[in-house]
Design a protein around this ligand. Structure first.
Ligand SMILES: NC(=O)c1ccc[n+]([C@@H]2O[C@H](COP(=O)([O-])OP(=O)(O)OC[C@H]3O[C@@H](n4cnc5c(N)ncnc54)[C@H](O)[C@@H]3O)[C@@H](O)[C@H]2O)c1
Length: 307
C-alpha cells in the first residue's frame, strides 16, 4: 500500500482516480477546492497555496496532479495560467521538499496542437502521431500543459521520476447526452446543448477515452519502473474514435494530403483508430483501453448499426 496525494480529486476525473486507487488498497488523500464524495482524507483549499499543499504532501509516497482549469471554456487565459502553471509549480516544490519520489501529471493530447480551433490549429504532420511529433499547441490551455510538462520534466531532473499522461477528451458518463447530441448533427452542434458539464470534445477526429481507463493508466504510471531523473510522456486514447467517418477519410477530407500516413496498416486493421500512436503506452505502460463509447452512437444517422 502506498500513500498517494491526488489533486483535483473531487473533479470528474479525480473521483475516478481516487476510486481506482482506493479499490486497489492505497491510502488516498484528496486535495481540491471542495471535499469530494469518495471515502478519502480530504484537504480543502487552493492548489496554488504553498502552505496548504505542503501540509497535504506530508507522509505521501507519490502524487497524481490532476487539479487544473480543464479547458479553454472553463476559465480565461489568466485563470488557466495561474492555476495550471502556478499550481503545478506549487505541487512540484512541495513534493520535492517532502521527498516524494513519483509524480504523475495529468497532461492532455492538446499538447500536440490538434484539439481546438482557437489559437492556430495546425493539421498533424503524420499519423499515427507519436512522441517524436512536435508539440504545436497554440491555445492557452494547451500551452499551459506543454509548459506544465516542461516544469515536471525539470523537477524530475532534480531527482524525482515523473510521468505525463496526455489523455484525449474524457467521455464521462455525465457527457453521454452531449456526445449523442453532437453525433446527431456534428455541424450544428454547439455544446453544451444537452446539459453536460462541458461540450463534447476530442478535437476534429472526436477522440475519447473512458475515465475508468484513464484512472487505470494513473495507477500503472504510479507503478512504472523508472530511475530518478526520468520523465516519460504517454498518449492515451480509446482504441476507436467517436467520429462517423473512418480516421483517414476524415483527415483527407479536412486536410487533403497534408497528413502523411506512416502506418496505413493501423487504420486497415481498425478504420476508426485514433490519430495517436498507442503502441508506446501498450509496450511501456502495459496500457490498452478496455472501454469505448461508440455504442452510444449505434443506429444514429451516419453511424453503421452495431458500430
Ligand atoms: N476532461 C477532459 O476531456 C480532459 C482531457 C485531457 C486532460 N484533462 C485534464 O484532466 C484533469 C481533470 O479535469 P476534469 O475533466 O476532471 O475537470 P474538472 O473541472 O472536473 O476537474 C478539475 C478539478 O480541479 C479542481 N481545481 C481547479 N482549480 C483548482 C485550484 N485552484 N485549487 C484546487 N483545486 C482546483 C476543481 O475543483 C476540479 O475538481 C485536468 O488536469 C484536465 O486538464 C481533461
Amino acid at each position: 500500500m502506498s500513500r498517494i496525494l491526488v489533486t483535483g480529486a473531487a473533479g470528474l476525473l479525480g473521483r475516478h482516480v481516487v476510486r481506482d486507487l482506493t479499490a486497489q488498497g492505497h491510502a488516498v488523500r484528496g486535495l481540491d477546492r471542495r471535499a469530494g464524495e469518495e471515502p478519502a482524507e480530504w484537504v480543502v483549499g487552493d492548489v496554488t497555496d504553498p502552505a496548504l499543499v505542503a501540509a497535504a504532501m506530508a507522509g505521501v509516497d507519490a502524487v497524481c496532479h490532476i487539479a487544473a482549469v480543464p479547458n479553454i471554456w472553463s476559465g480565461d487565459g489568466q485563470a488557466i495560467m495561474r492555476v495550471n502553471l502556478l499550481g503545478t509549480y506549487t505541487v512540484l516544490e512541495a513534493a520535492e521538499a517532502a521527498g516524494v519520489r513519483r509524480m504523475v501529471f495529468c497532461s492532455s493530447d492538446s499538447v500536440a496542437g490538434y484539439t481546438v480551433r482557437e489559437g492556430r490549429m495546425l493539421p498533424p504532420r503524420y499519423a499515427p502521431l507519436d512522441l517524436d511529433h512536435p508539440l504545436l499547441a497554440t491555445d492557452p490551455y494547451a500551452v499551459s500543459k506543454v509548459l506544465g510538462e516542461g516544469m515536471v520534466r525539470a523537477w524530475a531532473l532534480r531527482g524525482m521520476s515523473a510521468v505525463a499522461l496526455r489523455t484525449v477528451f474524457v467521455a464521462y458518463p455525465e457527457m453521454a447526452a452531449e456526445i449523442v447530441a453532437r453525433a446527431r448533427d456534428p455541424d450544428a452542434y454547439r455544446g453544451p446543448m444537452a446539459g453536460g458539464p462541458s461540450a463534447a470534445g476530442g478535437g476534429p477526429l472526436h477522440h475519447h477515452i473512458d475515465p475508468r481507463d484513464v484512472a487505470r493508466a494513473f495507477r500503472l504510471a504510479l507503478g512504472l519502473s523508472m530511475a530518478p531523473g526520468d520523465f516519460e510522456p504517454f498518449y492515451l486514447s480509446a482504441r476507436v474514435t467517436l467520429s462517423p467517418e473512418p480516421t483517414l477519410d476524415r483527415l483527407r477530407r479536412l486536410h487533403g494530403d497534408a497528413v502523411v500516413v506512416r502506418a496505413p496498416e493501423v487504420y486497415a486493421r481498425e478504420p476508426f483508430a485514433p490519430l495517436y500512436d498507442l503502441t508506446h503506452a501498450e509496450r511501456r505502460l502495459g496500457f490498452v483501453a478496455e472501454h469505448d463509447q461508440r455504442h452510444l452512437l449505434a443506429g444514429l444517422p451516419g453511424f453503421a448499426q452495431g458500430d
